[in-house]
Ligand binder design. Structure first.
Ligand code: NDP
Length: 806
């Protein structure tokens, strides 16, 4: 037998993920109470509902069944918390959201296993899709909390938001709802679906862990009639956000009509999956697997209507059947399965009923030869052919692993068939002809259209429907407007007064103990420590071998830094070029690293405060404020990393132009002398957030705050060579950078004469320069010290033209 034969015939063995930690977690806490005001409380009814494992049919946990009185208590707690929460600076809310994201990642495995046990979906999906996307939502919205004051100027939070979520993506739907609500300053009462409350309860525990103020998030479990309806009708709730069936959505629309409550509805779908005859059929088959058998087809945007160009129907159906034979079904914790269990026996019966109706109406049913597991709620992958668009299975949302196939002849017919539905949530278009795909996509009435892919989600892109699929968007900037309303009063100030206020409040907590410059409290002579240069991720001695003394305000030597020269600059530029992979990484990754930098800098806050006091002779309050403003700035650019995006232009042609922001490349950054930490970070952070690599010359007078950052960079996963630091005589070093042909842009914050020299010297390779002409900035001020001016200098626009139409 050849290796090839073995490879072809080899069977998968079971690869179970252990349920033990999740079961122990449940056992240690049940029966689960309600989470109100950051406390676990017994439901007034004294009643509990049972959560079952759909893959085994066995009981998993007892979950509190709340009543109207509990909803009142939760809404009152959220109302009380609203004043404080909405009054916090955006930066403070960003810190909480960031902390949530971090905790989600730390508890990722437990959350994935809990979700699979409670819902029946495969562990591969919960581990690789649900939970990572949950964390991504909180990171992304931490960014919007940070930017709310500037980017949503003129808007204010709504108040208390009631959120009702379904069982198909329990924690992900929670994240889609809670993250934007909190980011915009609202407080929340959330009702999970009765079948799947467990990850929401673990999420509640995370709220306690991170110290979220009491009442900001309240989780009220129970039945629709007792909890959902009470929330919808509650007079002190300002908005309802709902995901679920169109029928319930419609009843909520009626119940809230005229109440002044804001409403967003994400409802059902019957999404078309359109395949043209030039599509790559092997990719199409995998696309179909993802479109309709992912999460057992219990997906609102599932591609449940397969529309095939007539001449390839036989070939595609044949390939699909072969693939369906190979799909594996079983226990949700088995890593080798493709399809898990249906969430409940009721949902299973509904699928069976609709399938029987399809057969009765004359459609032809095909299912693979293998049998479903005997225990639990399972339904096999199912393919219907010979379907007419009038058949109920072509019109009704089945919400199970059931695909109906129909054919079309021309693109016009495909569009007509695709739009022949009361829904409009999503669509996929498959063709190797990009002109055709881009022509068809805008003609389909759906909130999301995927070309040669399907079921793509991201926090940055709004998701929501047309027609009976609901209204409102979740995700993206557009999703934020669901959680705010216009302020109609004087614009808020953009100053960092909140930071200074924090500084005044906290300064007493700082140690009053006098610490020497090297952090030495022993009274013994300090160990000599000269800050080296930072090149290619390493601390290196300067080429000259010399160091320069750094003096405090009293003229006393407080430390030394390396005396950089032309050769050091050349090495640093080389290292920056070698690190260009930085721009190819994801913006999300860059955001994460900026957050880590803030985290690591914050953990050494006192040391940075002390250093600033010594270098600039400022007060402790002032130094503390500078450190806090620096942390806020890192958060700002972590926020901007994945939000300073291009735009789409509509020129007078059939097509679009995608205007993309690209990094400049290698930027030389010459820092101001003032605000040695804040000024340094205010320039470094936007440059690297946009994907540039940099060579920085820190403040000449006070470089030690910058050299203290080496360890922050080293512990924050920043790739070697992204930030290179050369200390020394500023104007001499900046001239070398200006003359260097491999430096793409130069930022200079120094004298009038220095600015002139930079512009002259950089004419060699016509590099883009940004000079201060001797004008100082107030680095604390959010208009002068951060924002789009910096981001524009860090990027250049590339226009990509995409014509379409046949
Ligand atoms: P529902 O719409 O009934 O439930 C969704 C959520 O709403 C649950 O938390 C539910 O609570 C709650 N709810 C139900 N009725 C009310 C009400 N009158 N007022 C307030 N809240 C209410 O969906 P189902 O779970 O019953 O599923 C039925 C069908 O809905 C599916 O077959 C599918 O077609 C569609 N659906 C669509 C989803 C989507 O993502 N768009 C998600 C889930 C279902 P409780 O769990 O306690 O009943």
């Amino acid at each position: 037998m050849s290796v090839m034969d073995i490879f072809e015939t080899m069977e998968y063995g079971p690869a179970p993920e252990s349920a033990s930690p999740a079961l122990a977690w449940i056992a240690g806490r049940q029966p689960f109470g309600l989470f109100i005001n950051n406390q676990w409380v017994t439901p007034t009814s004294g009643q509990y509902i049972e959560s079952i494992n759909p893959a085994t049919g066995k009981a998993l946990a007892q979950v509190a069944a709340a009543g109207g009185a509990d909803v009142d208590t939760a809404v009152a707690a959220a109302r009380k918390a609203f004043v404080g929460w909405s009054g916090l600076a955006g930066h403070a809310r960003a810190r909480y959201l960031y902390a949530i994201a971090r905790q989600i990642q730390k508890h990722a495995r437990l959350l994935a296993v809990l979700e699979s046990l409670d819902n029946g979906k495969s562990i591969r999906e919960t581990r690789d899709l649900d939970i990572p996307l949950v964390a991504r939502h909180f990171y992304y919205h931490a960014g919007w909390a940070q930017l709310m004051a500037s980017e949503l100027d003129g808007y204010q939070p709504l108040g208390v938001v009631g959120q009702i979520i379904p069982w198909n993506f329990p924690l992900l739907m929670l994240a889609w709802k809670i993250a934007p609500a909190l980011a915009m300053g609202n407080t929340v009462v959330l009702k999970p679906a009765r079948y799947t409350s467990l990850t929401a309860l673990k999420f509640a525990e995370i709220m306690q862990e991170i110290g979220l103020p009491p009442g900001v998030v309240n989780i009220v479990t129970g039945e629709a009639a007792q909890v959902g309806e009470a929330l919808v009708r509650h007079p002190d709730v300002n908005k309802i956000a709902f995901t679920g069936s169109t029928d319930v959505g419609r009843s909520i629309r009626r119940a809230t009509a005229g109440s002044g409550k804001k409403l967003s509805l994400e409802l059902g779908g019957k999404s078309p999956f359109i395949v043209f005859d030039d599509a790559d059929l092997d990719s199409v088959v995998e696309g179909v697997v993802d479109a309709i058998w992912f999460n057992q087809g219990q997906v609102c945007c599932a591609g449940s209507r397969l529309l095939i160009q007539e001449n390839i129907e036989q070939a595609l159906i044949q390939k699909l059947r072969v693939r369906m034979e190979k799909l594996r079904m079983g226990d949700s914790l088995d890593k080798a399965i493709d399809i898990g269990a249906i969430v409940s026996p009721t949902q299973l019966q509904e699928i069976q009923r609709l399938v029987a109706q399809g057969v009765a109406e004359g459609a032809q049913l095909w299912q693979p030869s293998w049998a479903c597991p005997a225990e639990g709620s399972f339904y096999p992958p199912t393919l219907f052919t010979n379907v007419s668009s009038a058949n109920s299975i072509a019109q009704v949302e089945i919400f199970g692993p059931v695909l109906v196939a129909m054919t079309f002849r021309t693109p016009e017919e495909a569009v007509a068939l695709a739009n022949n539905t009361r829904y409009g949530l999503a669509a996929s278009v498959w063709s190797d002809n990009i002109n055709l795909a881009l022509d068809v996509a805008p003609k389909i009435k759906a909130g999301s259209v995927w070309i040669n892919c399907t079921n793509m989600f991201d926090a940055s892109s709004g998701f929501g429907g047309y027609r009976e699929s609901g209204f409102g968007r979740e995700g993206g900037k557009e999703g934020l407007y669901e959680y705010v309303r216009p302020t109609w009063k004087t614009a808020t100030s953009h100053s960092t007064s909140a930071v200074i206020h924090i500084a005044e409040n906290h300064v007493q907590q700082l140690s009053q103990e006098s610490v020497s410059d090297n952090g030495n409290v022993s009274g013994l002579p300090a160990i000599d420590r000269t800050a080296k240069l930072f090149i290619g991720g390493k601390q290196v001695r300067p080429d000259s071998g010399y160091s320069r003394d750094i003096y405090d305000e009293h003229g006393k030597v407080m430390g030394q830094v390396g005396e950089g020269n032309r050769k050091d600059i050349r090495n640093a530029v080389e290292a920056a070029h070698a690190a260009r992979g930085w721009s190819a990484g994801t913006a999300h990754n860059r955001a994460q690293i900026l957050y880590y930098m803030a985290e690591n800098l914050a953990s050494r806050e006192d040391e940075f405060v002390h250093r600033l006091m010594k270098q600039t002779n400022c007060t402790q309050t002032d130094a503390f404020a500078e450190v806090q403003a620096t942390l806020s700035r890192l958060f700002s650019y972590a926020a901007w990393a994945d939000k300073f995006e291009g735009v789409i232009h509509r020129p007078p042609m059939r097509g679009v132009v995608l205007a993309m922001h690209e990094p400049m490349g290698v930027i030389g950054v010459i820092c101001p002398d003032v605000r040695p930490l804040l000024g340094f970070v205010s320039l470094v952070a936007p440059a690297i957030a946009m994907g540039n690599t940099i060579v920085v010359v820190p403040s000449q007078q006070a470089p030690l705050s910058a050299t203290d950052c080496y360890q922050v960079f080293e512990t924050s996963d920043l790739s070697a060579g992204v930030v290179n630091i050369v200390t020394g005589e500023r104007d001499g070093l900046s001239r070398v950078l200006a003359e260097h042909n491999d430096v793409d842009a130069l930022w200079y914050f120094g004298s009038v004469e220095g600015s002139k020299q930079i512009e002259l010297a950089s004419a060699g390779n016509m590099k883009r320069t940004w000079v201060s002409n001797g004008q100082e900035r107030d680095w604390f001020n959010m208009v002068q010290g951060e924002g789009k001016e910096f981001l524009r200098e860090a990027t250049q626009v590339k226009n990509i033209w995409v014509p379409y139409g046949e």
